[in-house]
Design a protein around this ligand. Structure first.
Ligand SMILES: [Fe+2]
Ligand SMILES: [Fe+2]
Length: 272
């Protein structure tokens, strides 16, 4: 059991209001980084708060998992994982959101709610609704993983929005209402520079006629939740119906090139 100075941790995160506005995932990452930063600070008397890239890299051999592992694949609090509830024989997207991809579902539902409140086009609302769902399986390259999961079932523009939102998060666009997230200084390092392939991806997307699609996903990609607001997938049944081609055999059983990804989500306890 690790003792945490609660007041110091809240101050590190920017106070109670900032904490209330973070996803469960962001809080877990912040705690992980806080603990590591505390150790680093004790050793180096560093005062800047956010760790450097080198400091984050030095933490890698101090964990029993890699940071890119899916949120549903490991209990980062150190406890055990839970038995999963059975899925229907022909599972739908809503079934997966409720029963398998929960680790980031709340964040996605909140983002979709924001997009809807801002009267954005329905395809953007849908992109927001699913943009981070692959994080349950794999965190590294999550824009591409999420886009791949959905590609056979949605429009090309929605796939584009999902795929590129992740890289656009590193590149501010004040005119669109998007600034670099403070949290990323903690997660990626205070001196982090996106790798060349990601910079190239950004330059290409920036010139694309659909640039605003992934950009609007980042604009709604909030770490701030409205206290007391609970969003249910039921509220998006109509949006899902219009923008997602649900396979009649059930996700995972339609023979599509990505069916295995859905089967992996359905049964992440399969040993091979
Ligand atoms: Fe994301
Ligand atoms: Fe997100």
């Amino acid at each position: 059991m690790i003792d945490i100075d609660r007041r110091a941790f809240m101050a590190y995160l920017g106070g109670a209001a900032a904490v209330a506005g973070m996803t469960v995932e962001a809080r877990a990452d912040a705690l992980e980084n806080y603990l590591a930063a505390s150790v680093t600070a004790a050793a180096s008397a560093a005062t800047s708060g956010a760790p450097t890239v080198a400091e984050l890299e030095a933490q890698i051999p101090a964990r029993n998992y890699r940071r890119g592992v899916g949120n549903g694949m490991v209990n980062k609090d150190g406890g055990n994982v839970a038995l999963l509830a059975p899925l229907p024989s022909k599972p739908t997207l809503a079934d997966f959101i409720r029963l398998r991809l929960q680790s980031n579902a709340e964040h996605c539902l909140q983002s979709a709610r924001q997009a809807r409140l801002r009267n954005m086009d329905e395809d953007i609302v849908f992109a927001c609704l699913v943009h981070d769902l692959s994080l349950s399986l794999m965190r590294a390259e999550h824009g591409f993983w999420s886009a791949q999961m959905f590609e056979p079932y949605v429009s090309e523009k929605i796939t584009f929005a999902i795929r590129h939102h992740a890289s656009l998060r590193f590149f501010p666009d004040k005119d669109a209402g998007y600034e670099y997230p403070e949290l990323y200084r903690t997660m990626f390092g205070s001196d982090y520079v996106p790798p060349p392939h990601q910079q190239e991806e950004y330059r290409w997307v920036r010139r694309h006629r659909w640039y605003m699609a992934p950009r609007l996903v980042t604009v709604n990609d909030l770490y701030s939740f409205e206290p007391g607001v609970k969003v249910s997938v039921d509220q998006f049944e109509d949006v899902i119906g219009r923008h997602f081609r649900q396979p009649k055999e059930g996700l995972g059983f339609d023979g599509s090139p990505v069916a295995h990804i859905w089967r992996t989500a359905a049964n992440p306890d399969a040993p091979l």
